[in-house]
Design a protein around this ligand. Sequence first.
Ligand SMILES: Nc1ncnc2c1ncn2[C@@H]1O[C@H](COP(=O)(O)OP(=O)(O)OP(=O)(O)O)[C@@H](O)[C@H]1O
Length: 304
Amino acid sequence: MDHMNAVTFTEVTKSYGDVRAVDGLTLDLRPGETVALLGPNGAGKSTTLDLLLGLGRPDSGTVRVFGTSPREAITAGRVGAMLQSGGLMGEVTVRELVRLACDLHPRPRRVGDVLAHAGIGQIADRKVDKLSGGQEQRVRFALATAGANDLILLDEPTTGMDVTARQAFWATMREQADQGRAVLFATHYLEEADAIADRVLVLHRGRLLADGTAAEIKARAGARKVAFDLAEIDAALAGRLRELPFLTALDISGHSVRLQSADADATVHALYGLGVYPHNLEVAGLGLEQAFVAITEAEEARTR
Ligand SMILES: Nc1ncnc2c1ncn2[C@@H]1O[C@H](COP(=O)(O)OP(=O)(O)OP(=O)(O)O)[C@@H](O)[C@H]1O
């Protein structure tokens, strides 16, 4: 069983009325992988997670979790989830709620361990409806890890958490992945995806636009930023700068030039060929956020 994929989507389509929320999605997740699911609002991230939880059924195609239907995998206690929506039971204490989740799980962890790992040991005796937003998120996280799950699904898990809570959260998730669990999380925090995920999926209108490591996705977006200063920029030089090869953007302001290039090596080579002497030359890759914007905007332009 161990070689089996944690998740397999095969040609999955799901519509709500006229809206194709998921459109022909094919993808595999392997045990031990931490995977970020990115996409603009309405891209189909939550729908994808719902399908994995058996909360919706695909119109066509198949979703398998450890080789079974999502429902079977959940009944067997293999899937833990932390979703955006859904209120928590309020009249009970944090410990009581976590204990209930552990009692209901086919393969429960110890209540004390769950509380400690989620960083809520100190607030275990508080009523759930008296918690701050960030504390509530930690409790949701505890509920998602009440049992020994093999797949953990997280929908924007760190929304509302402070920096310390976020770091503790991702450290715990990393441990879970190191123990062979697959972790799939939807997020709008691209720096988090960049830092945490082994693999990044970019969804757009229900389709998979990119699938790779953060470094691969940045490289795929291609462009690099180049910045330098020149002693003097007259109109003739400005014209020649505009004709540098592989330029995708150029901004000249006083003595400083900022540009984007699809092939920075070739652009910088040609720049020296103009007989000028750039000072303070910097070449930098795009961040995941810029790469994400570049990829999704290119797709918008293509399908417009
Ligand atoms: N229950 C529903 N009924 C009707 N339309 C829905 C329903 N759920 C989702 N949709 C539509 O399906 C599309 C995908 O929505 P989904 O919530 O999966 O996107 P998302 O990527 O999670 O977005 P966000 O980043 O805003 O949370 C959207 O156009 C949304 O309006």
